[in-house]
Every structure is written in C-alpha cells, then in structure tokens.
Design a protein around this ligand. Structure first.
Ligand code: TNX
Length: 546
C-alpha cells in the first residue's frame, strides 16, 4: 500500500512539476522569452473605446507607435487622454524616473482593466510594446482579447547583433528596412552593415565618387559553386553570367536607414573593410595598391591578393577621408574596419611596405597589419569613436583600444577578453547563417557550405564557462552573420536568417536557466502565423519537430 501511495505521489508530483515548468512557457508566442513571465486565463478586452493615457509629451512617440499599429492592423485608433480615466479600460505608459539613454529593461502588466507599460528608458518602452505586439491576436476584430500577463524583463547581453552583407549581393533600401524590422521584433540592438568588399563598394563617398561609379559595379558574376585548380587559382571551367551587377546607397539613403533603425533602438554598425577585401576600392583608385593596378571589381568569391598598400602615406589619407564621411553618417560608438583575411603576398613584394616594416621596426607582415590597424585606430579615436575588427586584428598585436569580433571560432574572442578588450562573439559555428540549416542539401538552395541547424544556434552560449568573472565582462554579446555570396535575393536572406535569428535572440536575451529548446519550438510554432502574416519567407524545418 505504502509503495502504491509512493508511486501515486511520484506521479502526481511529476504532473505538477511538468505543469509548473511548462505551462507558463507553452502558450504565449513570446520570442525571445522574457526574463520573468506570469499569466492568468483572464483577458483585457481592447476596443475603440479603450483609452491611451498620455501622461507626458515624452511618451508621444510610443503613443503614436501604438496607434499606428492598431490602425494598420485592426482598423481603429485609441482615444488619447491626458489624465487617468476613472472608469473603462486604458493603456498607461509611464516611466518612474526619466533616464536618458537606451535603458532596455521594462515591465508589462496587463490586468482585465489596464495595460501598464513601465520602463526607465525609451528602449525599454519600445521593447514592452514589441512584447505586447507578440501576444495580440492576428485576426482583425472590434474586440481584441489580450491575455493578462505580468512580465518583468531585461536582456542578458548588451550587444545583440545581426549582420547583412550588401556587397556580394545588393539589397534595396526597403529590403534593408524590412531586415531591421525583423531585428526589432526580436529585440536585437545592432545592425552590422557590411557595405564594402572585393565584389562591390556600396556607400557613397562624396570625396571619391569613383568608389561607387566604378567600385559599385562588377562586370559579371560567377555562376554556382566556384571550381579551383590545385594551386589555388580559380579554374577556367568556372562560368560567369555576363551580366553587369551593381548598386549603392547614397548618403541620403544611409541617413534614412540609420534614422529608421534608431527609431527602433538599433545602432547601425558600418563596416569599411581594410587592408584586405578592398579590390572594389582599388578598381576605382589603383594608386592606393602596392602594384598600381589595373584592377577590376571581383566577379568571383574568395579573397583577392591585391590589398591596400601599407607603405604609402596616401593610402592612410584616403582611408581617413572615407572614414570622416562615414563617421558623420553613423552616430554609433563603433566603426567596423574589417581587418580579416588580408593576404600578405603583395606586401612581401612591395618595396614601400618593406621600407615601412624596417623604419617602424615591425619585423613581419603581421606587424605591418597591426601597424595599419593601430594607425587607423588612432585616427578614429581622435574623432571620439572606437574601432571594432575581425579577429585577425590580433595578428602582430591588438590596437590599444580596439574591440574584437571573433569569427574563426572563439579563440580570438577569449584571447582579447583576457587582454581586457571588448568582444563580440560570432563564431562560424553556429553564427554563420550563410551555412546550411538542414542536412539534406538537395532540398536547400545552394549555400557556401557548413551546417548550422536551428538547435545548434539555440544551444549557443556566447560566454565561455571557463572565463572568470572579470574576463566575462568583456564579452559584450554575440551576433550572426549573413554573408551573401550565394544569397542572391532578399527572399533567400529571409530563408537563411529566419528562424535562426529568433533562436539567437533567445541566446542573447533570455537568462540561460530559462532557456529550453522544446519550449522554444512550441512558442515558435505559435509565433509562425505572425511571420506568415508579414509574408516572411522563413525556413519551415521546425514545423516537423515534436
Ligand atoms: C569569411 S567572416 C569572411 C567573409 C565571407 C565568409 C563566408 C569574415 C571576416 N570573412 O568575407 O563572406 O567567410 O562565410
């Protein structure tokens, strides 16, 4: 008898345990999962009678945002009132103590009569509204049933980034804005805009118009996967499409996109590659190369031997002029200067580069790479900004104030954190969203290679557990990169990045102890109709997961 009671007790305990553990996570389509969520089966009924209280003009942007959203999605606006109504239901936005800046924590409390949105900063208010949007029903109706919730939320990391390569393939201003919308939906706060590479220069620089008129176009593009000879040169069997390809953003376009991102509390991080990945610039201005050219914007993928000449002072003046214009366009603290995959063959053969190595006592070409980045860093710092670069900037010694983006695994990031430099983790595994997401490649669009399925993204922990507390502080967060050699359309950008972006958002936002992949999949399935409504071409592999 005792034994039976014990078994029954265990059974009951397990049901209660499961219920407690799973119920709160199961039925609301919240991504990323907030830090603390409670909810009941009660509802707030929102209609055109619902009022929105504008306590202070400081909240006007949020009130406008909510009203625009309701108008677009449900066909009505809320009545704005200046004082708390004595009856009826209402939405109240408040900030206990105004703090300038982008504080991101917030509370969203919904009972049957009121929706309270409370935050210390505007970013927090914005995130509260993003959360609210996720739990609104999708169907149009004069009475909108919103579940009663109590949410207390704050992010795990301060750098929550997504990158998009607009050089290898160009995406229009509207497509870039759509991408920014997706970032905002999942509470990312950095959009890393890869604007420059061997295959195309995509940002207008007034002082050097040939950058876009020549460097913004390539005469054709390789078709399919590249074939290589044994010596590493591209094979003659490669086929090219014979179609000129180009595009760039004017400075006005850039201003528009930066302002758009800013309205969603997203900082745009521009990347201007140097000293490698610079063939498009050299096609326009060959005088800043080691050999003098001539060059053509790359028509294939891979890395070019020709890079900026580090021996000529004019190269630095050229780059400083470019960076001056760039820094005026992008208000963020960081400028990404690339620094990756700079082949050293030209520098080895270049008398000017060799002279620089000897005069500056640099010893090697790696030392010259470090000299290059440090010299650029000094300039950027003199304008009150910081540089961030790919992990190759560790070669020959890290520039004194540089932040580092770790892509060749996490080794570089760990090394930099130990040296007390800020770090963004972005290792190829699992943060390269240009890699395959499913094993069956025959069913996937051609991709560059690799394999980063959704569960591997979800399981990622950007802070290596063996770092001590002091070192971990330098891990600002992580980001995923969408390189577009093989991504030719925006629909394909969506396919490669969604829903892996959703999984990454939870890595970056949700406390580790609250993460649970099964639960995430349940919520993702509930969230999918919202993506359908937006017309997103997301990958659907998760739909068959149990
Ligand atoms: C490496 S990540 C690159 C890019 C390529 C990418 C393809 C990095 C700093 N450099 O130039 O597009 O791999 O996955």
């Amino acid at each position: 008898m005792k034994r039976i009671l014990f078994i029954v007790a265990c059974f009951l305990f397990s049901i209660v345990g499961v219920a407690q553990k799973q119920t709160p996570l199961k039925s609301l389509p919240l991504i990323p999962l907030p830090k603390d969520v409670k909810w009941s089966n009660d509802h707030f009924i929102l209609s055109s009678q619902t009022k929105i209280v504008l306590m202070s003009d400081a909240f006007k942007p949020e009130v406008d945002y909510i009203n625009n959203y309701f108008k677009a999605n449900y066909g009505f606006e809320l009545a704005t009132v200046l004082v708390l109504p004595s009856d009826g239901n209402y939405i109240l936005i408040s900030r206990p103590d105004f703090e300038a800046g982008w504080l991101e924590n917030y509370e969203l409390n919904i009972n049957q009569n009121q929706i309270f949105i409370v935050a210390e900063g505007n970013a927090g208010l914005f995130y509260a509204i993003q959360t609210l949007q996720q739990i609104l029903p999708l169907e149009k109706s004069p009475e909108i049933k919103i579940p009663c919730v109590q949410i207390k939320d704050a992010p795990r990391y301060k750098w929550r980034g997504m990158h998009l390569d607009c050089s290898r393939h160009f995406f229009t201003k509207d497509e870039v804005k759509k991408y920014i919308d997706y970032l905002a939906m999942y509470k990312f706060n950095v959009f890393h805009w890869h604007l420059v590479d061997d295959q195309g220069w995509r940002i207008e620089i007034k002082k050097y118009p040939l950058l876009t008129s020549i460097g913004g176009t390539r005469k054709e593009t390789i078709i399919g996967k590249a074939v290589w000879n044994k010596d590493g040169t591209p094979s003659k069997d490669n086929k090219y499409d014979g179609i000129a390809y180009g595009g760039f953003y004017t400075q006005n376009d850039i201003k528009e996109i930066v302002a758009y991102a800013q309205s969603k509390y997203i900082t745009v991080l521009p990347e201007i590659e140097m000293p490698g990945h610079s063939l498009a610039a050299l096609a326009a201005y060959p005088q800043f190369s080691c050999t003098g050219g001539s060059f053509e914007t790359f028509t294939r993928w891979g890395v070019s031997d020709d890079v900026y000449c580090a021996g000529r002072d004019e190269t630095f003046s050229f780059l400083e002029d470019i960076l001056t214009e760039v820094m005026e366009l992008f208000p963020g603290k960081y400028i990404h200067i690339g620094g990756d995959e700079c082949l050293k063959d030209r520098w080895k053969a270049c008398p000017k580069c060799q002279q620089r190595i000897s005069v500056e006592k640099l010893k090697t070409e790696e030392g010259l790479q470090s000299y290059f980045i440090t010299r650029i860093e000094k300039f950027v710092n003199s304008r009150g900004k910081q540089i961030i670069g790919w992990d190759e900037i560790l070669e020959g010694g890290l520039a004194p104030n540089a932040a580092l983006m770790s892509w060749r695994g996490v080794k570089g990031g760990i090394e930099a954190a130990k040296q007390k430099h800020n770090v963004v983790m972005s290792p190829g595994k699992p943060c390269y969203f240009d890699h395959y997401q499913s094993k069956d490649k025959t069913k996937e669009p051609l991709a560059i290679g690799g394999f980063n399925p959704l569960d591997s993204v979800y399981a990622y922990n950007p802070t290596p557990t063996f770092l001590n507390a002091g070192e971990s502080e330098f891990i600002m967060g992580a980001q995923a990169n969408v390189w577009t050699e093989y991504i030719t359309s925006f629909a394909q950008v969506e396919y490669m990045s969604m829903p892996r972006m959703a999984a990454l958002s939870e890595v970056l936002w949700t406390p580790t102890e609250k993460k649970n992949y099964k639960d995430f999949i349940i919520r993702l399935k509930l969230h999918a109709p919202a993506l359908d409504k937006l017309g997103v071409n997301y990958a659907k592999h998760f739909k068959s997961l149990k």
